[in-house]
Design a protein around this ligand. Structure first.
Ligand SMILES: *[C@@H]1O[C@H](CO)[C@@H](O)[C@H](O)[C@H]1NC(C)=O
Length: 427
């Protein structure tokens, strides 16, 4: 009996040893394999790091990015297509200022904006980039109809609108509203006011940040551009003199206002049409028709963490409350005394601070354009009037919430690393 038992335990020990041996062999093999693939992928990545950017599509998928839906992958490919209308406008002017129009899904607004752009003096000299949050046929049709300049369309590939049943869209396990994740076993982190993420709401800030990173550092059409880039939205009416005024502001900025970070088409008070004075104006950064250069973008990009970890779903309030204050001094923008752009959206997604849903109005607008606003109306001999200590969001503001889900914060940060290595992007 005893001998049998001993025999059994001996063979058991032998089996254990064999198992351990095979297991170790397997483990060593596996780690050699992992090490090798790692070093291969890090070698493959190096050239991109040195030049500061890559094409975005030829590199292994960033592990911090969600798995792409079919639509998302298809649109990502379309982002590589060259601009349209190159046959009609084969050359961009040497000193052109690229215009980026970012849109969601308000076709009745977009029609107005595009019509206004078609009347802008000088528009044929430049490239218009339209950045889409989501894929909407009617929006596409409007953009495809543009014949007055080169047009490049890009789609935010990680827009919540492209993911029907998974993050960044809604996934079945997601917490909603004020759900208690501990009690009902759902996924998500509530914001400072106890609310869970709403994909429709977070899509705006994600889009803005993805677009900024992509336009400055991703697209081959713009990533070597050192001049200003102008940013406008689907509910901004653009005056015929906007482009010529902007060129004048960009030219005058270094002498007239060396402390200005940007040039704006419109006053920072969106209700104002300007003072009508015979002078330039320097004031706090506005969010209608703003433009800046790559030096400023690099400063913004260094603050990716501040931008991505601030609990407010509005990109502009996030900038005012975290990024600009971190520059260590007032962040002025230079503009003319008469506006060259008007925000006309009455019930935008964007300003819906309390009411968290979009509404539609009839799309009729009556914006008077005087003759003086049809030609450049900025004079190089003017002085600069500086507005100091204007009211508005600033450092210390706690944020309106809506932006606290860890998955959103990580996705946002991943956008900052899309075209950079981790070391060069975070601060
Ligand atoms: C870009 O703008 C900033 C702020 O106005 C200025 O200091 C900088 O010299 C500009 N950079 C280039 C390359 O023009």
């Amino acid at each position: 009996m005893a001998g049998y038992k001993k025999l059994r335990s001996q063979s058991a020990a032998c089996r254990r040893f064999l198992f351990l041996f095979v297991f170790t062999l397997f483990g060593v093999g596996l780690s050699v394999f992992v090490l090798r693939t790692n070093s291969v992928s890090s070698i493959a990545k190096e050239p991109a790091d040195e030049s500061g950017h890559d094409g975005g599509s030829s590199w292994p998928q960033n592990p911090n990015l969600p798995k792409q839906s079919e639509l998302s992958a298809r649109l990502d490919k379309q982002n590589q297509l060259p601009p349209r209308n190159r046959d009609m406008f084969p050359h961009l002017a040497k000193d052109h200022i690229t215009i980026v129009l970012y849109v969601h899904n308000r076709p009745q607004y977009l029609r107005v904006v595009v019509k206004s752009l078609s009347q802008v003096v000088g528009i044929s000299e430049t490239l218009l980039i339209v950045s889409h949050d989501g894929y909407f046929k009617e929006m596409n049709a409007i953009v495809e109809g543009i014949k007055f300049c080169q047009v490049k369309q890009i789609y935010a590939p990680y827009s919540p609108h492209l993911f029907p049943d998974s993050f960044p869209g809604v996934s079945p396990r997601d917490c909603k509203d004020k759900d208690d994740a501990g009690k009902i076993k759902c996924q998500g982190n509530p914001d400072q006011y106890g609310n869970h993420r709403s994909p429709k709401i977070v899509s705006l800030k994600h889009h803005w940040w993805w677009m900024m990173n992509t336009v400055w550092d991703g697209l081959k059409e713009t990533r070597d551009n050192s001049g200003h880039i102008l940013f406008i939205e689907e509910d901004h009416f653009i005056f015929p003199n906007a482009y010529r005024n902007l060129q004048a502001l960009a030219r005058l900025k270094p002498q007239k206002c060396p402390d200005c970070y940007a040039a704006n088409l419109a006053p920072s008070d969106v209700k104002s049409r300007g003072e009508g004075w015979e002078s330039l104006i320097a004031e706090r950064m506005g969010n209608v028709g703003y433009s800046f250069n790559r030096t400023v973008w690099r400063k913004i990009h260094k603050k990716a963490r501040e931008f991505c970890f601030f609990d407010d779903y509005n990109w502009d309030i996030t900038m005012w409350a975290t990024v600009y204050p971190s520059f260590g001094g007032p962040v002025y923008t230079l503009r003319g005394p008469r506006t060259s752009a008007v925000h006309f959206g009455k019930c935008g997604l964007h300003q819906g601070r309390g009411e968290r849903s979009a509404c539609i109005d009839n799309g009729e607008f009556n914006i008077d354009v005087d003759d003086i606003d049809k030609v450049r109306n900025i004079k190089p001999q003017w002085n600069v009037h500086v507005y100091e200590n204007q009211p508005g969001y600033k450092a210390g503001f706690k944020g309106w919430g809506g932006w606290a889900d860890q998955r959103d914060l990580q996705l946002c940060l991943a956008f900052a690393h899309l075209y950079h290595t981790a070391e060069s992007a975070s601060s």
